[in-house]
Design a protein around this ligand. Structure first.
Ligand code: PEP
Ligand code: MG
Length: 740
């Protein structure tokens, strides 16, 4: 067991006498942590970790022992940013033996990354002969030393600020995930690149606590102002802006738990800044280990708040104006931060750790900012002011593009804006093919902030309102009144356009915080309507909320993941029972089902007698038809919607539904793809529901299509059988000038 206060006061004394050499620091840490060895490795250009100081290993290894990031325990610690606590390091599979260090006698090892502003600067480690696990307080102590060391190293220039050294002017291309389509070309602004050095150790915890309280107050007031400003900051789409996301954020902001943790760290002898940084680091580590996307979002919110608190502690410096077309580069970005940057006029954002379902992505879509995520190493390769291109349509990030590439993208961005302006003219026109077939193009939405898209695109209604999305954004299922308010807002906004509400489709990849699935195949597990039928109170509450929201207006409700007619009947019975209780009754009540599970195809006679409409969920249908996980990118190309089995299924469905006059629509991603939409329309599916970004271009495309001419072509292509039918369909569409 160690004496942390003692270690801290000795470190404080050391700092008081000016910059302490690393050699003194390692001696002190080794003696205070009762370890035979303490070593500091510093990261050098080219991802090399160099032994810079040691107590207990051979001194002539200093400057000679070098490991690549990822090599050995120390390299692994630097690469993953994780603390390594090993009783028997030499038998760890990653152990890399370096004879010049003389480390054979030492069994146990504790290695802690030295990080600053999300960048790894090095590693500090301690070793002992006796095999043992280091205790939590010991880990805490070494983490405090690592923070101190981070400030020392970044101040001394011991690490090269330009991670790529001489290579830093070379263009680089990163593959990225598109979070919101579009192109941005401009200079890079690095998030928090210029965070000033902080003091780590404090003499007076009470004073630090007061500073923390004041800063937390300032931060809360700043957030209130920021959120209150949202309607004035943005355009129509922002006006309802992201209410659910921001509400979720507000809940996290008012959660006292993490602030208490910061206070505890302050009591341990750290400054308020260092304590906030420590807690942010802990949150970051927890985030790495959690796979549940929504829980990760909550933690990301907390990390964002920790950064705000840090800013509030350092006194809010006035913000310099952004250069024209600036692109923000961040490791992570919280929703409030994105609002800040949007207000400052950012033209595009690239976020290393972001997923399409994350809060930043949801907001980027609402704010219409081109955004990409998920490209590792990008931030470490970029410098403030470097030129960059975000091509969120193709999922690319180009750092320091050649002049010609820069010009080409500038032209592409201008052409895109011009095309958008042109497409806007389609807003008020109906979707009709060249041979006069009328189509209904509807929207898939899930958050009220997306509702202005109805007016912006001139869509015919909402073909899929995913009710679970708002619940996921707020982190829990809302009560009846709150749900009714959400659904009523949707109906208000839609006016006399139809809305198809889908009941909660939770489970699989859509888990509420705190719920974990231990099933082997959650996509085929206890999810969606299965949960609703087993927990009828939950489903009933939602159905009541929908009926209350309708308040006498027309209401359409559909159920997801229906596998048997019996399930559909049971769900419909719950709805009808609720409908008998709620007054005023809806004008009309239409009850439909999603078709996502192939088994329904063999129950069509009964289903078509009992369902008022069927909406094909092609995302899940494709996954279950081909037994191919929709979340596994390597399988995306392997099975095609445009294939004989899928098209035969669609045809059988359309033919079976015709005598019953049951409308069939399709609301999966396939609806938004030109070739798929073309084929569906040719096969008689005239209602397609898709994300807002597809509507205008789809109207423009259909205006050029002669479906009567395409039908015999399609029939001939389908006779060809085989796997995918995409190529011959694309060839015909290209010949007609329908697609590029
Ligand atoms: C589908 O499965 O096609 C669908 C529309 O539902 P979700 O994507 O929400 O699962
Ligand atoms: Mg589905």
């Amino acid at each position: 067991m160690t004496a942390p206060r003692h270690l801290l006061s000795r470190l404080r004394n050391l700092r008081a006498h000016g910059a302490a050499p690393l050699s003194t620091l390692v001696q002190l840490v080794a003696s205070e942590l009762v370890s035979e060895v303490c070593s500091v490795y510093v990261q050098r250009p080219g991802d090399i970790l160099e032994l810079a100081a040691t107590e207990g290993l051979r001194q002539d290894a200093i400057g000679r022992t070098r490991l690549r990031v990822g090599e050995g325990i120390v390299g692994l610690c630097a690469a993953t940013g994780a603390v390594m606590n090993l009783p028997d390091a030499q038998n760890h599979p990653a152990f890399a033996y370096r004879p010049e260090t003389g480390e054979e006698p030492f069994a146990s090892l504790l290695a802690v990354p030295v990080r600053r502003s999300g960048r790894t600067l090095g590693v500090i480690s301690v070793q002992n002969r006796t095999p043992r696990n280091f205790t939590e307080p010991e880990i805490d102590d070494l983490e405090t030393v690592a923070m101190l060391l981070a400030e020392m190293l970044s101040g001394s220039g011991a690490t090269d600020g330009s991670p790529e050294g001489l290579g830093a002017t070379v263009p680089r291309l990163f593959a990225a995930t598109s979070l919101m389509g579009g192109i941005a070309v401009g200079p890079i602004v690095l998030l928090r690149s210029a965070r000033p050095a902080i003091r780590v150790l404090a003499d007076d915890p009470a004073a630090e606590q007061r500073r923390l309280d004041q800063a937390a107050d300032r931060m809360q007031r700043g957030l209130d102002d920021l959120f209150a400003d949202v309607p004035r900051n943005g355009r129509a789409a922002d006006v309802n802006a992201s209410r659910e996301v921001l509400e979720a954020y507000r809940l996290v902001a008012s959660d006292a738990g993490w602030l208490r943790r910061v206070s505890n760290v302050i009591q341990g002898g750290l400054t308020a800044e260092a304590a906030v940084q420590r807690v942010a680091g802990e949150l970051h580590d927890r985030m790495r280990r959690i796979s549940d996307p929504y829980l990760r979002e909550r933690l990301a919110d907390m990390e964002d708040l920790a950064n705000r608190l840090q800013t509030a502690l350092s006194g809010d410096a006035p913000l310099a104006p952004l250069p024209e077309g600036a692109i923000l580069l961040a490791r992570r970005l919280g929703p409030a931060e994105l609002l800040d940057w949007h207000a400052r006029g950012i033209a595009g954002v690239a976020i290393e750790e972001a997923s399409p379902s994350g809060h930043a992505a949801i907001l980027a879509r609402a704010l219409d900012i081109p955004a990409i995520g998920g490209m590792r190493g990008m931030l470490d390769s970029a410098e403030q002011g470097d030129d960059a291109v975000i091509d969120a349509d193709e999922g690319q990030f180009i750092l320091r593009p050649e002049a010609e590439v820069h010009r080409a993208y500038t032209r592409a961005r201008e052409a895109r804006s011009a095309r958008y302006a042109e497409l806007a003219a389609w807003r008020d026109r109906p979707a009709v093919t060249a041979d006069g077939v009328e189509l209904k193009l509807m929207l898939n939405v899930g958050l009220s902030m997306e509702l202005p898209q109805l007016a912006r695109t001139g869509a015919d209604g909402i073909g899929l309102f995913r009710t679970e999305i708002a619940m996921l954004a707020r982190g829990s299922v809302a009560d009846v009144a709150e749900q009714a308010a959400i659904y009523a807002r949707v109906l208000d906004e839609a006016g006399d356009k139809p809305v198809m509400f889908r009941t909660l489709d939770l489970g699989a990849d859509k888990l509420l915080p705190g719920t974990v699935s231990d099933e082997e195949n959650p996509a085929m597990g206890w999810r969606s309507l299965r949960v609703g039928l087993d927990r009828p109170a939950l489903l009933r509450r939602q159905l009541r909320a929908l009926l209350l929201a309708a308040g006498g207006r027309d209401l359409s409700v559909m159920f997801p993941m229906v596998a048997t007619v019996t399930e559909f009947r049971a769900a419909k019975a719950l709805l009808l029972a609720e409908a008998r209780r709620v007054r005023p009754a809806p004008g009309t009540l239409r009850v439909g089902t999603m078709l996502e599970i192939p088994a329904l195809m063999w129950q069509l006679p009964d289903l078509l007698r009992e369902a008022d409409f069927i909406s094909v969920g092609s995302n899940d249908l494709l996954q279950f038809l081909f037994a191919a996980d929709r979340g596994t990118p390597s399988l995306y190309e392997r099975y095609d919607f445009l294939s004989q089995p899928m098209l035969d299924l669609i045809e059988q469905l359309v033919v079976a539904a015709r005598p019953h006059a049951v409308p069939i629509s399709l609301c999966g991603e396939a609806a938004s793809r030109p070739l798929e939409a073309l084929v569906l329309a040719a096969m008689g599916i005239n209602t397609l529901s898709m994300p807002a970004s597809g509507i205008l271009s789809m109207k423009a495309m259909f205006a050029q299509v002669n479906l009567a001419a395409f039908r015999p072509v399609l029939a001939a292509i389908r006779k060809g059988g085989g796997g995918t039918l995409r190529e011959p369909i694309a060839t015909w569409a290209r010949e007609q000038g329908i697609v590029a």
